[in-house]
Each structure stands twice: as structure tokens, then as C-alpha cells.
Write a protein that binds this ligand. Structure first.
Ligand SMILES: [Zn+2]
Length: 172
């Protein structure tokens, strides 16, 4: 799925919630997906599975609400791109490094993250806030995402100001 297609898919998907922060759980329920929070170890972040045809998203109750929202949006992508058949469903661990994944898995995971970012941080709203000179931290609070996710989205949209924090992160 191309970058533009993912952005379009995010825009269509968002029609179930016109608010900021985006009501990701309402969107997921509108797709007939059951959501459950489990108290898992800090390594586990989320999972999309189908139980006898019923789509289910599992989230880690111990994750911060911002991270849970992003994970939920990420897993929603797996639901939307699910084509049936023998697709192997793997749990999401943000700690897993890309070298541990196969090439198709890396592509799918990156697409899921891109979709989650586009869904939770609509480009128009981000651009409005950027022109109103809100800081990344202020924007992150409004969108209900982590500052880290906000920074990545701002870079993706070419809106990042080279703050000290971003410079040190890129240099590390
Ligand atoms: Zn995933």
C-alpha cells in the first residue's frame, strides 16, 4: 500500500470520529472489533487476532494511554489489511528490532505505524496547530499521542523545527 493510499485509508477510517483527539476506540468498535486490555509484561504492546472469525484487538493495560491509543490504531491497520488465508498474526512489541522481522513483516509494520500516525494526527489539524505555533508537546497533548510520535509525524509532514531535542535524537 503506497503512502498516499495509507493516508486516504486513514481519512476514510476517521469518518467514524470527527473529534480531536480522535476517538480511536469508537472507530474500532464501529468496525465490529472487540477490544480487550490485558495486564501483560512491559514487552507486550498489542495483538490483532481473529477468534472464530471475530476480530479482536488486545492491548496492554500497563502501557501509557497514549501508547495504547497508537497501538490500537496500528492493530486496526492489520484488521483493514487482513485478507484472510494464512496470514500469520504476530504480537506487537515496540522493543522488537527490525532485523528480527522478515522483509514483508517490516513493510507491513511500517505501514501500520504510518497509518496509525495519519489516523491519530490528521495532516490538516497538524498543519493548523503548527501554523498557530503550538509546540510539539502541546500538539501531542491535544492529539493524545506521545511527544515521540508527534515528532515523527511532524518530520514526516516536513513541519519539524530543529529543536535541540530532535537534533540530539537524530544524532544519537
Ligand atoms: Zn503490527
Amino acid at each position: 500500500m503506497s503512502r498516499a493510499t495509507i493516508a486516504d485509508l486513514a481519512n476514510v477510517t476517521r469518518t467514524h470520529s470527527s473529534t480531536i483527539p480522535v476517538d480511536i476506540y469508537r472507530i474500532i468498535r464501529a468496525h465490529g472489533i472487540d477490544i480487550h486490555c490485558i495486564k501483560a509484561s512491559s514487552k507486550f504492546n498489542g495483538l490483532y487476532v481473529r477468534v472464530e472469525g471475530v476480530p479482536v484487538i488486545l492491548l496492554n493495560a500497563r502501557d501509557a494511554p497514549t501508547r495504547r491509543r497508537f497501538t490500537a490504531a496500528h492493530e486496526l491497520y492489520h484488521h483493514l489489511s487482513y485478507t484472510g488465508g494464512s496470514t500469520e498474526l504476530r504480537p506487537l512489541f515496540y522493543s522488537v528490532r527490525e532485523r528480527e522481522l522478515s522483509a514483508p513483516e517490516i513493510i507491513e509494520e511500517r505501514q501500520a505505524n504510518r497509518f496509525a500516525a495519519a489516523l491519530l494526527m490528521p495532516d490538516c489539524a497538524v498543519k493548523d496547530m503548527a501554523s498557530a505555533e503550538l509546540s510539539p508537546a502541546q500538539m501531542a497533548r491535544r492529539f493524545g499521542v506521545s511527544v515521540e510520535a508527534m515528532d515523527i509525524r511532524l518530520q514526516e509532514l516536513g513541519l519539524c523545527h530543529a529543536t535541540g531535542r530532535q537534533r540530539s535524537r537524530l544524532g544519537s
